[in-house]
Design a protein around this ligand. Structure first.
Ligand code: DGL
Length: 276
C-alpha cells in the first residue's frame, strides 16, 4: 500500500462470483462512503459452489490480474466464502496489495449462541473445505455445529436480485433438515455472501434464530487496513466514478443495471477470461 494513502481516494476492488458480494460492499460503503469502488463479478463462472479448487483459483487470479492491469488497487476484498476458503494464499503470493477474505462467521456465532447449537449454511464447497473445519475446531469447541451445504441458495438469492420472488415452498424444502430438529438451532451462520439477501425469507422459516454474517467484520478490517480517516472534504474533490465489471455481458447483466445503479455502480465493462 502506498505511504500517502490518506492523500488520495483509495481504490477498493470487491470480488464475488455474482451479486452476493454486494452484501459486503454495502457494509464497506456504509463505513467509508467516499472510496473508489470497483465491483467485479465472475458471472460466467457462477456458481462457484460446485467448481473445483483449481478452477476457482485460476479464475479469481485472472480476474484480479485483469483489473490490476488497468487500475491501481489499494486493497482487494474476496467477498466470496467459497473462493476465500481456497484462494487467499495464492492471491497473496501473486499480488502486492492487501487481500481481505470472507470466511464463515463461526467465531461470533459461537459467542452469541445461548444453547450452543449452531448451524452453518454455505455452499457445498465451503462446507467441504479444511479451512472451515479448522474454524469450527478453533472457535466453536464448546458448540455443536451442524453444516448444510446447498448449491441452490446462492442461485435463489441471485435470482431475487434479478427481480424474481423467492419460492418459499422450495426454500422450506431445502431447509427441511433443520426445520424440525428435536433440539432447535438458536444461531445460523450465513456462510455465503449471497445469503444476507434472503435472510428475511430464512427468518420466516426460523423465527427464533439469530443469523450471523461476516459483512460488518470485513468492513472494519478494510477500514483498519486502509488506516482511513474519513475526510469528506479531501475525497469529495477527487471523487472517481465507481465501476462494475463482469466476465460476461448478457441479458441478465443488462437487466441488473438498475439494481447496480442503486449501489452507485454505473460504469460497466466486461472482462474477457481465457479459462474454461
Ligand atoms: N457468494 C459466494 C460465497 O460467498 C458463492 C456463491 C457461488 O458462486 O456458489 O460463497
Amino acid at each position: 500500500m502506498s505511504s500517502n494513502i490518506k492523500d488520495k481516494q483509495p481504490t477498493v476492488l470487491i470480488f464475488d462470483s455474482g451479486v452476493g458480494g454486494l452484501s459486503v460492499y454495502d457494509e464497506i460503503r456504509l463505513l467509508m462512503p467516499n472510496l473508489h469502488y470497483i465491483y467485479v463479478f465472475d458471472n460466467q463462472g457462477f456458481p462457484y459452489g460446485d467448481k473445483s479448487e483449481a478452477v476457482i483459483i485460476e479464475r479469481v487470479t485472472q480476474v484480479i490480474s485483469h483489473v490490476q492491469s488497468a487500475h491501481s488497487i489499494d486493497i482487494a476484498v474476496i467477498a466470496c466464502n467459497t473462493a476465500s476458503t481456497i484462494c487467499l494464499p495464492a492471491l497473496r503470493n501473486q499480488f502486492a496489495f492487501p487481500i481481505v477474505g470472507v470466511v464463515p462467521a463461526i467465531k461470533p456465532a459461537a459467542k452469541i449462541s445461548r444453547n450452543k447449537l449452531i448451524g452453518l449454511l454455505a455452499t457445498k464447497a465451503t462446507i467441504k473445505r479444511a479451512y472451515t473445519s479448522r474454524l469450527v475446531e478453533e472457535f466453536a469447541q464448546d458448540c455443536h455445529v451442524q453444516m448444510l451445504g446447498l448449491s441452490e441458495l446462492a442461485i435463489i438469492a441471485e435470482n431475487k436480485l434479478h427481480g424474481q420472488p423467492v419460492d418459499m415452498t422450495q426454500l422450506s424444502q431445502l431447509m427441511a433438515p433443520w426445520l424440525n430438529l428435536a433440539k432447535p438451532l438458536d444461531t445460523i451462520v450465513l456462510g455465503c455472501t449471497h445469503y444476507p439477501f434472503i435472510q428475511d425469507e430464512l427468518q420466516l422459516l426460523f423465527p427464533q434464530v439469530n443469523f450471523v454474517d461476516s459483512g460488518y467484520a470485513i468492513a472494519s478490517r478494510v477500514q483498519s487496513l486502509l488506516n482511513y480517516q474519513i475526510n469528506n472534504s479531501v475525497v469529495s474533490q477527487q471523487n472517481s466514478q465507481n465501476q462494475v465489471m463482469s466476465t460476461r455481458f448478457d441479458h441478465d447483466v443488462a437487466a441488473l443495471m438498475s439494481t447496480l445503479s442503486g449501489y452507485n455502480l454505473t460504469n460497466y465493462c466486461t472482462i474477457p477470461l481465457d479459462v474454461v
